[in-house]
Design a protein. Structure first.
Lengths: 558, 81
């Protein structure tokens, strides 16, 4: 396929616009004299974003390029199962409504920047905080790599589908630019760019859901085309509806994904950057607007079936890349200039989450590994410097990942990432409500959940792709084994493995807690006070946002 | 810890946050008919839950917003656990 110049020019212009925004963001909403060399400023944008900025920031953060590319690709391939993304985001915000308020308040009172900071303060355990930090970083890395998969799907669809290292060049250039302005402007860069990203995405989807059905003969025709494809395909699991075996999988996948969503460090970063509790409450009500969007995007997978779109063969791997299906749909159905806008929407959609994720991972590294273990005397200036460098390393790692490793592994690792981040739920989310669990119980539960989750994922094959291991997150209940006892032998019903691992985690954590409590083992010192969890933006308890007030001293106590 | 005030400030309105979980009951809507605007029931039913979720969280926000003022730290009434 030849380079499609109209698309490339429109894409490049819009990309240039957000690059300028990324650099000027350094001055955005920053009072004169404020230092940027403090994590409150660089890593959390001054902790004072209002409702609108937060809505764009969190929306731009959670709905990633991968979502826009992979969810419709799953619907294209499997049908109804891919629509789990809709109930997932319907239940996510009500579920996290109250815990997030507590997390915001306690973090604001004590100056916590990461979820691991909170665990450290709650349990006085560097080991537990390290566990949360490492889990967060490991789960985030493939997520960043997946943003590159989304970006590359667009670039290759525009005809820049080269082989080898040259084929990756446009991607590398885009990411270097992103890395430089994130280094300079911190969280303000993605916050400002998120306005452009979300604006473009809304525009493209609004046009797509009206224009494409009109062109393809209406939604009824589109669903019929999908139904014809699924009924004639040899695969048993696909279809316009769920079947007897994957209904439980659908529900547990939606539920587990919703629980995991705000355990990811980049989601917490977006929440902690907001000004107050009412900002978060308003956003929990307003963010589902994106769910509507996500559901409509998912259905574009069916539009691609009706339009007979075929995925592009990735010249670097030599295999058809199903993630190109939506870019191909846009490229073949839209006029060239609007296809360029649509590609830019997806491409910029990759930049915002990638920037926030790298900032979140950098914050974790700096606060909970570097400062705790490598340089205990680091002041706020040294912390900020370290975090900026770490954000570069994280992005570099993601690029290396994509260039030298098959993108398919990034998808596998993302799947694993979802399962392992879920294992921090007891230590982070349940700890917000109760300190009943013993800190070593939490650590033991985490290790057990992790080991069990990974072993289950390892054993899942995918006949469609020929993978013998890590072929998905759908576990057949028949293979579920408790030390050799198989209570569901013979059943062909499937379930989300992450949720099973979390249950194992909780059981182990509870058992160990009971034993340690009987033995009266010391459970660490709780730095937090019950009232901390309700402090709002006008409370005298709040720790001053340090960059604005203090200069030479180190305002963060750890 | 009877001497410390509870860190939970409970309002029954919070129960509304559990309502959206009903969307996980797949047997209710795993069917094609009745269609609306060409959308099989499975699809438009789930879209309908988006506004339901918004209403639930919005009501909880409005109903707990004023509470926040009286629950402000410093003069919070401590529910005993």
């Amino acid at each position: 396929m030849n380079p499609q110049w109209t698309e490339i020019i429109v894409f490049t212009l819009l990309f240039g616009l957000v690059t300028v925004l990324g650099f000027v963001a350094v001055r955005w909403r920053r009072p004169p004299g404020t230092m940027l060399d403090h994590l409150d400023e660089w890593g959390l944008g001054g902790r004072k974003f209002g409702s609108w900025v937060t809505w764009f920031l969190i929306g731009g953060d959670l709905y990633t390029a991968y979502t826009f590319v992979a969810v419709p690709a799953l619907v294209f391939g499997a049908g109804a199962l891919g629509l789990f993304a809709l109930p997932y985001t319907v239940i996510a915000y009500p579920l996290v409504f109250m815990p997030l308020l507590r997390m915001w308040s306690v973090s604001r009172v004590h100056g916590y920047v990461t979820p691991a900071d909170y665990v450290q303060g709650r349990y006085g355990s560097s080991a537990l905080a390290l566990m949360v930090a490492i889990t967060g970083i490991v789960a985030t890395m493939p997520y960043i790599a997946l943003q590159l998969v989304g970006l590359e799907a667009v670039i290759r669809t525009m005809g820049l589908n080269g082989t080898g290292i040259v084929g990756h060049l446009p991607l590398i250039v885009a990411f270097v630019i992103l890395a430089v302005y994130t280094y300079q402007s911190g969280l303000r860069a993605p916050a400002l760019i998120a306005f452009v990203k979300d604006g473009l995405i809304y525009l493209v989807i609004a046009v797509a859901v009206v224009y494409l059905p009109a062109k393809l003969g209406g939604w009824g025709t589109i669903f019929d085309a999908a139904n014809t494809k699924f009924t004639t395909s040899p695969a048993a699991a696909d279809g316009l509806l769920l079947n007897a075996n994957n209904q439980l999988q659908f529900a547990t996948l939606a539920f587990g994904s919703a629980l995991a969503l705000f355990l990811y460090p980049h989601s917490v970063t977006g929440v902690l950057a907001s000004r107050g509790r009412n900002v978060i409450k308003r956003n929990m009500s307003a963010l589902p607007a994106y769910s509507l969007l996500l559901g409509l995007i998912a259905l574009l997978g069916y539009a691609a079936i009706a339009a007979r779109s075929q995925p592009i063969v990735n010249a670097a791997t030599g295999r058809p890349d199903s993630n190109t299906i939506i870019p191909v749909l846009f490229g073949t159905q839209f006029p060239a200039w609007f296809a360029g806008v649509a590609f830019a929407a997806i491409g910029i959609g990759a930049l915002v989450p990638a920037a926030i994720m790298s900032i979140a991972a950098a914050n974790l590294w700096t606060r909970n590994i570097y400062k705790t273990y490598l340089n205990r005397d680091a002041d706020s200036r040294a912390e900020a410097r370290q975090a900026k460098l770490a954000s570069l390393v994280v992005k570099l790692g993601a690029v290396v990942f994509i260039v030298f490793i098959d993108p398919q592994y990034a998808i596998d690792l993302q799947l694993i990432g979802g399962v392992i981040i879920l294992q921090t739920l007891p230590a982070v989310a349940i700890a917000l409500y109760t300190r009943w669990f013993h800190r070593w119980g939490l650590l033991a539960g985490w290790a057990a959940g992790l080991a069990w989750g990974l072993s289950m994922l390892y054993g899942i094959a995918n006949p469609m792709t020929g993978a013998a291991h890590f072929g998905g997150s759908a576990l057949k209940l028949a293979t579920l084994s408790f030390l050799g006892w198989k209570p569901f032998a013979g059943s062909s019903i499937q379930i989300y493995a992450g949720l099973i691992a979390l249950i194992g985690n909780l059981v182990v954590a509870a058992l160990v807690t009971v034993v340690l409590r009987q033995m009266r083992v010391f459970n660490g010192i709780d730095q937090t006070d019950p009232q901390d969890y309700h402090a709002d933006e006008d409370s005298p308890r709040l720790k001053p946002v340090a960059g604005a007030l203090q200069k030479a001293t180190s305002p963060i106590k750890s | 810890m009877p001497s410390r005030p509870s860190s939970l400030h409970w309002s029954n309105w919070n129960l509304l946050l559990l309502v959206p979980l009903l969307v996980l009951v797949t047997p209710v809507y795993n069917r094609v008919e009745p269609r609306v605007l060409g959308f099989p029931f499975f699809y438009w039913y789930q879209f309908l839950w988006v506004p339901v979720g918004v209403i639930c969280t919005a009501v909880v926000y409005l109903k707990t917003r004023s509470d926040q003022k009286t629950w402000r730290d410093g003069n919070a009434r401590g529910d005993q656990r």
